[in-house]
Design a protein. Structure first.
Length: 74
């Protein structure tokens, strides 16, 4: 699977609605992780900035890539 193509596709047209719904759950789960772990240190990303993650690209860049040792979502 090519996640970059999927993330770009989800950011267009009616798919943005599904992206929005999925991101609500993802951002909620990430917010809860800040209660149990020092996520700001792990990610270099402030908890208050979670609300600004309004696309899969932004979410993956802020969380998915760094937590798995990548410099960016690209």
């Amino acid at each position: 699977m090519q996640l970059d193509i999927c993330a770009s596709s989800m950011d267009r047209g009616f798919s943005k609605y599904y992206q929005h719904r999925l991101l609500l759950d993802l951002k909620s789960a990430l917010d809860k992780k800040y209660d149990k772990h020092d996520m700001q240190r792990l990610l270099n990303f402030k908890r208050r900035d979670i609300k600004g993650l309004n696309s899969f690209w932004k979410y993956d860049d802020a969380y998915t890539a760094p937590i798995h040792g990548f410099a960016s979502a690209e």
